[in-house]
Write a protein that binds this ligand. Sequence first.
Ligand code: NDP
Length: 298
Amino acid sequence: MSNAIRIDGKAKAAELSEEITAETAELLEQHGLQPGLAVVIIGEDPASQVYVRNKGKRAEGCGFYSVQHSLDAGTSQDDVLKLIDELNNDDKIHGILVQLPLPDHLDEQTITQSISPAKDVDGFHFINIGKLTSGNTADAFVPCTPAGCMLMIEDQLGADLSGLNAVVIGRSNIVGKPMAALLLQAHATVTICHSRTRDLAGVVHEADIVIAAVGRPNMVTGSWIKPGAVVIDVGINRSEVEVDGETKSKLTGDVDYDSVSEVAKAVTPVPGGVGPMTITMLMFNTLRAARLSAGLDS
Ligand code: NDP
């Protein structure tokens, strides 16, 4: 029997979006400032096309100025850097996002690091990473997925995680590492696991907070979970399923929701958990970038 709270990321994201929309209207009325988000997509990756479309729609829904630059898969690195330079110098644009993954001939690090740290709403610039890991988050941009996870953890456990063990499975720069930095800043005792970790199930079993960011469907099962733990499932695994003779795309998380929800205090579902929060945090970061650009508090 499932006892766990189903953490409704979709509902929380909708609530936050309303607040962002209201604050955007206020910013325009009081300061004549409209947050602007530029999304750059290179190539035809179908999942990326969907993400970018959704980001644009959401930005417009919040009342932002929203532009999308769709470049051919063969665009040269120099041309991408030239576009980013133009956006860095465009006063109407406060947030710049380059959708990943990039075509193979482009260097992800050079492109990511060419975005002005003040417009780096993905939080991937070394300046923002440095600010996060050194605890100077007042004007830093925190990567959207871990930022969204933290808000959901805070709802369950409060902002002060002193005395709690947190285990992050996955050590990517986008999710695992910034997630660990945020948990540490909230005073949790943090362990980061990855593909070389021995006895992963045993390590996870010590955790009061588990964040799974791996990319392996249903890897974390109920037997791994300490009773009463809060479990956040970042994983998005796509598979094709046949429904009434039609092939449909299905999303599965890294956490086996049914067995975990028998043991945990609270679990995020997939879909409807971390995903909607991620895109909302992008809007939050863009609003914040606009406010900071005008010398307003964030
Ligand atoms: P990466 O592939 O960059 O990182 C995956 C991590 O999982 C690596 O650190 C890897 O270890 C570790 N890993 C792989 N296999 C195992 C294993 N058997 N046991 C323990 N650890 C393992 O992925 P991302 O961090 O970018 O994404 C993780 C998942 O989250 C994906 O499913 C992705 O789609 C999803 N995602 C969801 C988002 C959302 O908004 N909901 C946003 C971003 C990502 P090692 O480093 O040793 O290779």
